[in-house]
Structures are given as C-alpha cells and as structure tokens.
Design a protein around this ligand. Structure first.
Ligand code: SF4
Length: 439
C-alpha cells in the first residue's frame, strides 16, 4: 500500500509572540494568539495527506527544541508561515531545517506574497511560494513536481500565474488540529476562539498596507455556511474574522450575517468606519457582533487622505457613538510616525483618541511594509518637528508608551471599565490586558 506523504504545517519559533498569518504580520507583547490561518486554510486542501501541525509560537518552543522535533518528525514536505516581522529569523530557521532534513520547503506570508522572486533567488532551500492561501493548486504541485501551469504557487520553473476569482470557496479545514484552548484574543475571555474569513483582499488601497495590492474577492456564502456548521461540533466559544474590511459588500454581508447568527456565537471583526453605518451595525449586533476594530490611523484628515484613507473625522465620531449606543466593543487603531507629521500632529491624534473614546487602543509606529507604496520612502529618522530637529524611532517609542499609559491608566477609563464589567471573568481579563501594556 502506498504510504501517505507526511506534511508538516509549521509556524516557526521566534523570540517573542508573533502573528504571521493572512499577509499582515506583527509581534505582540501580550499573551493572545489566534490560529495560524494560512496553515488552517491550507489544511483543507491537504486533508488526504498525513498532516501534522507544529505551532512553535503556541507551544513556546525555542529554535533548538523545534529543530530537534522537526528532525524526529522527518516530514516529506514542510509548509511554513513566514513574516516580515520575523523575517531573518524565519529564513535562518528554515535554512537550518534544510540542512538536517530532506523535506521540500514551501512558504507563505506577507513578504512571500509581495517578494516571491527575491525569496526564491536568495534562498535556494525554498522550493515554492504560495501567493494566495484561499485559491491555489497546491495539491497538483505536491503530486507533480514538474507542472508548470500552477496558479498562485510560484516555483523556479513555473510561470507566475496570479488568479483571483470574484467568488471563491475553500475546502473545510482539518479543524481538529486547530482546536486549542489557548488560541485567544485580547478583547474576550472566551476561548477557544475560531478564526476564519468571509472575503479575501480589500477593495480599498491605503498606501501603508499590504492589502493595498490584494484585489478583493468574496467567499461563496454556501461554502462559508458549511465551514461554520462544522465548527459547532468543536465547542468553539467565539469567532474571530480575519477579513481586513469585513462587510464591504452589503448584499454579501446580509447573507453572511444570517449564517453567523445561526451559530449563536459572539464574534469580532476588522472593518472601516465608513462601511459600518448604524443600520449595518444594528444588523450585525443582532447576529452576535461583540467587538469591531477600525483603523483611524491619524487624528489629521489631511494625513489620512494622503495615504488613501479618505474618511472624515465626523464619520469616525458617529461610528464610535453608534457602537456605544449598540453596546459593541470598539478597538481604535492609530499610527504615529508618518513622515509629514510633527509633534503637533501627534498631539492632534492623541486628542482625537480621547474624543473617540474607543474601548481599546492599538497605537502603532509606522513601519513601511514590503510591497506597499511607502516602502523605502520612510527612514529610521523622521522629521517630527522642524523646529526641534530630527526625532528618532526611540523617541517615537517613548511617545507611544506615554499615550498608551495615559489611555489605559486614566482614572476615567478604569472607572468606566469597572462600571461596565459583568462578572469576575471580565475583571480578570481586563486586569491581564491592562498589565500586559507594561511588558
Ligand atoms: S481599508 Fe484597511 S485593509 Fe484595506 S487597504 Fe486600507 S488599511 Fe488595508
């Protein structure tokens, strides 16, 4: 009898927690971690093989231990997530694997999607790059090395065929591998969470975002319904949608919301303030919407517009007010470090944060991402205040830390949060998040 190929789905080790999935990587100081979505989706395409998940970030395994475990597993094929946030470490680790194992190595990730040619030129131990996790012919590639007309799989011999259908379906993932208690989120104590998506790409094109260049595509609602029906058997407590602009197509959204409602599970989404009007929020609240994250970026409309996020201040004010009325938790995502912005602009952003009063604040320093318009146009020294000279990344980090502390540790914020806590679990969860900002 022919033995099944052994395929290792790998989330490589790193010296801190990192999220590498769905073309949007970042490191994190807190303990939250969701499923490595690229690997979860690919598991559906590969169900007929002997697939093993090894999430070194979840297991907190360091490189030495991970190498030894992988050597013992001796897989035929390794499919690894990689990320710009842990770039050198990831490729260094994969190179070490290639020395001790004969496995074929296939990679996915933000930098892989935008820079596959460079990755293949630079790292001869990489056999192929997956450039679309939802739509590709990975199985054909595994079965036939020499195939040349692959789509969304790039090798040294194949043509680069990029295919993004307007409607896509994905096979049901091998959920049992990803059902782990400690996959969780910072804004809910409920776990295990289940991570999935209803769209691919984004119809907008913000110049600092990886999704600037990923054309949008909608997931077939019946295909989505089949996946959700399946997760009910696994005792998941909360759904985490990784769509980058959830609900941008209203007709599609209406169908999707009805499907989610049937699960009776609370859920979280990422979207835009101009997509989520009151009527839409009300419909989603009825289907279980618990938390929504939106990018505000700068407190200055002119900065936002310059970078492609043309949303008026009033739209944000209305959005956060509407969420409060409907009791939907909000996460406001802001960025400091745009090269046009000086200290006065940053102060304006801080004032806007206090005006909008999100339930949670995510404040980031701008990092020019690979493949985006602003890549290479920024520098480590940013002219924040022409009257005071150049201010470094270090200064930006200090400003970031001060704003975060002022937000989370203000007596008003703490009072409001405690007032709205519903039970002890809520309190413990809030305490864990509040203390993690100091790490
Ligand atoms: S709307 Fe969001 S996901 Fe889409 S390009 Fe802009 S920042 Fe990226």
């Amino acid at each position: 009898m022919k033995t099944k190929k052994k395929i290792l789905l790998l989330n490589p080790p790193f010296n801190r927690s990192v999220q590498r999935d769905y073309y949007c990587s970042h490191t994190t100081k807190s303990s939250y971690l969701w499923q490595p979505l690229d690997l979860q989706i690919l598991s559906g395409f590969l169900k007929e093989y002997n697939i093993i998940l090894y999430d070194c970030i979840y297991n907190k395994h360091h490189k030495h231990k991970a190498l030894s475990n992988i050597k013992n597993l001796s897989p035929d094929i390794i499919i690894s997530q990689t990320a710009s946030a842990s770039l050198n470490s990831d490729f260094d680790f994969l190179k070490k694997i290639s020395i001790i194992c004969k496995s074929k190595i296939i990679v996915t990730g933000d930098i892989v999607r935008s820079n596959f040619k460079e990755i293949l030129n630079k790292h001869n131990f990489i056999n192929a790059c997956i450039t679309n996790i939802c739509h590709n012919n990975i199985k054909d590639y595994i079965e036939n090395n020499n195939i040349v007309n692959l789509f969304n799989i790039i090798t040294r011999n194949s043509a680069n065929i990029e295919e993004i259908p307007s409607i896509f379906s994905i096979p049901k993932p091998k959920i049992s591998l990803f059902n782990k208690k400690n996959y969780n989120l910072p804004y809910t104590y409920k776990s295990p969470i289940y991570t999935t998506l209803t769209t691919y790409g984004c119809p907008f094109a913000c110049k600092y975002c990886h999704f600037e260049n990923i054309n949008p595509s909608l997931r077939n609602p019946s295909n989505f319904a089949l996946e959700l029906k399946n997760i009910k058997k696994f005792n998941f407590q909360y759904i985490h949608f990784r769509d980058q602009t959830f609900g941008y197509n209203k007709e599609h959204l209406t169908e999707i919301a009805q499907i989610i409602k049937k699960t009776n599970l609370p859920y979280t989404i990422y979207s835009r303030a101009d997509v989520m009007d009151f009527k839409t929020l009300k419909m989603l609240k009825k289907s279980g919407l618990h938390t929504i994250e939106v990018g505000v970026e700068s407190g200055s409309f002119s900065t936002r517009s310059k970078y492609g996020k043309i949303i008026q201040n009033q739209t944000y004010i209305d959005f956060f007010d509407n969420c409060r009325k409907l009791k939907i938790n909000t996460v406001g995502i802001f960025i400091i470090g745009f090269k046009e912005e000086n200290l006065t602009h940053i102060k304006k952003t801080e004032t806007f944060i206090h005006k909008l009063k999100p339930d949670y604040l995510s404040l980031n320093i701008l990092i020019p991402k690979h493949g985006t318009t602003i890549e290479n146009k920024n520098s480590s020294k940013i002219d924040l205040d022409p009257t005071k000279g150049l201010i470094t990344q270090k200064k930006l980090q200090k400003i970031q830390s001060n704003i975060m502390h002022e937000f989370y540790l203000s007596p008003k914020y703490i009072f409001n949060k405690i007032k709205n806590l519903e039970n002890l679990q809520d309190f413990l969860h809030l305490y864990k998040n509040a203390t993690s900002i100091n790490k």
